[in-house]
Structure formats: C-alpha cells, structure tokens
Design a protein. Structure first.
Length: 311
C-alpha cells in the first residue's frame, strides 16, 4: 500500500511538473520552427544568480522534438561572442528557414553604437554551425530615432509571406517592420511602424488560412495580446488578450506554431520552484485553439503542459 501511494505520488509529481519543459536550465524568449517533421526550439538562456538584479544572458540554446513531449538538448549554438561588434545581452531571437539556409536573428547590445541592435547569423542546418552573416548589425538604435529609449530595437521576428517575400518585425514601445531582401541580410525599403494598443515588445507573426495574426506583449507586467489582418501590411484589427500575465514573470514572450495539424503556444514564466522569477525564467508549452471565426481562444496556462505525444 505504501509503495502504491508512493508510486501514485511520483506519477502525480511527474505529470504536474511538465511545465516548464526544462527544469534544470533556465530558458526564455522561445522561438520555434518546424522543419522535416521536427520542432526546433530556440531559446534565450537566463543565468542570473537570483531575481534581484537584471538579466544575465550570454548565449542562445537549441532543443528539438518530434512529438512536443520528448525533447533533445543541443546546448548553446550561438553566443554574443559570435558577433564581433556586439558586447553582450543575448535577448530575444528568432530563426527562420529561407532558400535552404537557416537565419538566426538576434537581439544584442552593440559595442560601439549606443543601445540594442539586431544581428543575423546563418547556417546550413537548423542546428548550425551558425556564423555572423553580415559582420555588422542589421538594425542599430540610431536607425530609429523616434523614441527616447535605447532598447527599442529588440525582439526580431521574421515572417515569410506566401509570395516568398520576407519581413522583419521588431521593437519595444514602437512596433516596426521592414521588407527583407531575398538574401535575408539587408532591408529592402523603409522601416514602417504599426499602431498596436499598449504595445511593449515580443512581436510574432503567423498565418492561418487567409488571416494574418500579429501577437505581442502588451503593458507591463506583460500580457500577450493580438491583432489580425487580411494583409501583412495591415490594417491590423485588435482582437484582445491572448494570454494573461505569466506566473511570477513581468515579461511574457510567445511563439506560435502549427505542428502535425495542432497549434501550440510556447512562452516563458518565472513560476518554476524554488527560485524562478523575473530573471530566472523557464519555457512552457500549452495548446492553442481557434474559434470558428478565426479568433483565438484565451490560452490556459497549465502545470501539465503537453501530456501526450503529438503524432
Ligand atoms: O529576455 C530579455 C528580454 O525580455 C526580451 O528581449 C524581451 O522580449 C523580454 O522577454
């Protein structure tokens, strides 16, 4: 009887601890892609010793899964040191495949131009090796002078439309986007701004059917809100809150993917015990569901997360 209770207790403990998906490494700012029936999950890496100071982030990690339940760890595959012109702060990033290559857009602090910047690394496979594709920043703070802050050029998110045109979205307090050339390392036109209610950061674009979805972190502490459009150029119609404030973390950063005909919401929280928090975050996954009219149902953040292998 005692053994049975123990086993039941262990089973409960395992099921209840499914989110965050990695317990022993601090992960943040998830960005996932699907390639060859495999999900590749790229994350930031929180290494702050406690939650009293600020972010300590030096590199980005990669994980992969063929069922969203069992994850393989590939370790750090890119670091701020890979960008000679950067001086640290491996903040949010995003990987996208284009023309058989994998482009990893990253936020870093620029070494010589005040403020944050966006760089891009490239590889032949989703696991690298990645190297700086440009040898300099793609976006620097002095290219956008309409805010007083030096962290407004962060959180890149790239989207390729059905006609093959790719766009870079990014920003903090101002949401921005620009066309990318086919080489993915040059802008192809002006930097545009998008009006979104209470926009803070963490833009993410996805498309389902003929609807474009633009999700983002709003307010502070952050909730994930979203807008929809019939065109990548807008106008964007605000559709409300998608995810409430994530446990014990004022930041909230989402990645939305479709895998094997199911949709997933990947995010981070500061809820993990015993020492999670603002600067010690961990990535979690829950299902995402649509209503018949194309709007998205509110995300239910759970401790269980994904409980069955996705086939
Ligand atoms: O992880 C550092 C910063 O916090 C990211 O760039 C933002 O999106 C927020 O999550």
């Amino acid at each position: 009887m005692k053994t049975l209770l123990l086993l039941l207790g262990l089973g409960w403990a395992l099921a209840a601890s499914a989110n965050p998906i990695f317990k022993d490494v601090r992960t943040a700012d998830p960005a996932a892609i699907v390639h060859n029936d495999t999900v590749y999950l790229y994350t930031g890496h929180d290494e702050a010793p406690d939650n009293k100071g600020f972010f300590v982030m030096h590199d980005w990690l990669v994980f992969s899964s063929t069922d969203m339940l069992n994850w393989q760890r590939h370790g750090p595959k890119l670091s701020t040191k890979d960008f000679k012109w950067a001086k640290g702060d491996a903040w949010a990033s995003h990987v996208i495949e284009k023309n058989g290559k994998f482009y990893w857009f990253v936020t870093v602090r620029h070494a010589t131009i005040n403020g944050f910047a966006i760089g891009v690394a490239v590889a032949d496979t989703p696991l690298g090796p990645f190297k700086d594709a440009l040898g300099k920043a793609l976006i620097t703070n002095d290219m956008t002078t309409d805010t007083d802050i030096d962290w407004d050029d962060i959180d890149p998110a790239v989207f390729t439309d059905d006609d093959g045109q790719s766009y870079l979205f990014w920003g903090n307090t101002k949401a921005r986007y620009a066309k990318l050339k086919d080489n993915m390392i040059e802008l192809d036109g002006p930097i545009n701004t998008i009006d979104l209610p209470d926009f803070t950061e963490a833009l993410w674009v996805h498309k389902r059917g003929d609807i474009y979805y633009l999700s983002y972190a709003s307010g502070f502490p952050e909730k994930i809100a979203y807008a929809t459009s019939k065109s990548i150029h807008g106008p964007w119609q605000y559709r409300g809150i998608l995810n409430e404030v994530a446990g014990n973390s004022p930041t909230n950063h989402q990645s939305i993917i479709e895998f094997k005909d199911k949709w997933f919401f990947i995010y981070h929280t500061g809820a993990s015990q015993p020492d999670g928090g603002e600067f010690r975050r961990a990535v979690a996954i829950d299902p995402l569901y649509y209503n018949e009219d194309g709007s998205i149902k509110r995300i239910i953040m759970t401790s269980e997360g994904i409980t069955e292998a996705v086939k």
